[in-house]
Ligand binder design. Structure first.
Ligand SMILES: *Cc1c(COP(=O)(O)O)cnc(C)c1O
Length: 337
């Protein structure tokens, strides 16, 4: 069976883990520091503006904590990942569930202006950059879990709001060896507060903190993957072009200056279950990317998200697939749709 998604790991990742294991230092240390520096370079930030942590969920929790999210009105799209609802619940915020903007997959950030939010969590779903208002009346956490490397007007997204978060889970755009995340911000005070929260041990005050640390073993893998990210993005772009030229109706955004990364290649179709079963009988795993039952609030209140969840299929998209395999998937998917 051709998997729907899998990480791209090779000899460089093996060498990096071997190097760290041989050093005898596997906990948070110099590899984590180096990974943070390299993330700052990647986002064109000065040193010290990135903190790596144990998961994207941890990063999201910390971003909400740094923005003082307790009891605040926190908006997020129902067409996203349960991590958003979990983080808002854990911080003790008031959840405000938002629908997608008509014609797209991302949260309607304009409609959100009327919700008197304190904070909006704005993911760029499937790698398609979310459109943000010019002068929002809420603070923004940009969620890059599916979209690290995407650009708007030539600049990498993630820093258009107060804070950005990344996920390095196994099957995201890049991984730190299974789990991992990062918090980034232009605001050094906010980043310093997040870093302080992570350094929970050997402190001389009684503030509450928590162990959200990443290990050097994970960071070493992350450094290799960050370096390979342009290659991953390029391969995904090639597969996207193959699917597109086969005539599949793929979710995309062609607006001026918007450069998605192809985290998920999602086709619109009338009967997802048929497309999925035809592909399955050809040994190819495709899925509904976000099922109706997975929406973070009742579907009847979110008509755009509800329709998306019933008319989409996500095709294999990971960098290691190869041109021939992608062409074959494209042909079969087209025939079934
Ligand atoms: C995966 C994901 C997260 C959570 O990241 P984890 O590292 O799995 O905790 C948050 N937001 C979005 C949009 C995601 O896709």
């Amino acid at each position: 069976m051709i998997a729907h998604n899998r990480p791209t790991l090779g000899s460089e990742e093996h060498a990096a883990t071997t190097r760290v294991l041989a050093s005898g230092w596997v906990a948070q240390g110099s590899e984590v520091e180096a990974f943070e520096r390299e993330l700052c370079d990647f986002f064109n930030l000065p040193g010290g503006h990135a903190v790596v942590v144990s998961s994207g969920s941890a990063a999201l929790y910390l971003a909400l904590w740094a923005l003082d999210g307790k009891n605040k009105k926190i908006g997020f799209p129902v067409y996203s990942c349960a991590a958003l609802r979990n983080a808002v619940g854990l911080i003790g915020g008031q959840s405000v569930y938002l629908d997608c903007k008509g014609g797209g997959v991302n949260v309607d950030t304009e409609a959100a202006l009327a919700c008197s939010l304190d904070v909006l969590i704005a993911p760029s779903i499937f790698g398609i950059p979310v459109a943000l208002p010019v002068a929002p009346n809420y603070k923004i956490i940009e969620d890059l879990a599916q979209s690290i490397g995407a650009k708007v007007r030539g600049e990498r997204i993630g820093l258009r709001g107060e804070v950005g978060i990344c996920s390095f889970y196994a099957t995201k755009m890049m991984t730190t060896g299974g789990q991992g995340g990062a918090v980034i911000s232009r605001d050094k005070a906010l980043i310093d507060a997040v870093r302080d929260f992570r350094e929970f041990d050997c402190r001389d005050d009684d503030k509450l903190r928590f162990n959200f640390q990443m290990t050097d073993l994970q960071a070493a893998v992350g450094r290799v993957q960050l370096n390979r990210l342009p290659e991953f993005i390029e391969n995904r772009e090639k597969w996207f072009a193959i699917y597109q030229s086969a005539g599949l109706d793929l979710l995309d955004d062609n607006s001026d200056g918007v450069e998605p990364v192809r985290y998920r290649m999602v086709m619109r179709c009338d009967e997802p279950s048929r497309v999925i079963s035809v592909l399955a009988s050809a040994g190819i795993k495709a899925i509904v990317p976000i099922e109706t039952g997975e929406l973070l609030d009742h579907p009847a209140r979110h008509p755009v998200a509800a329709v998306l969840s019933k008319t989409t299929v996500s095709l294999p998209a990971y960098p290691g697939l190869g041109e021939d395999v992608v062409s074959r998937i494209a042909r079969i998917a087209k025939g079934a749709s």
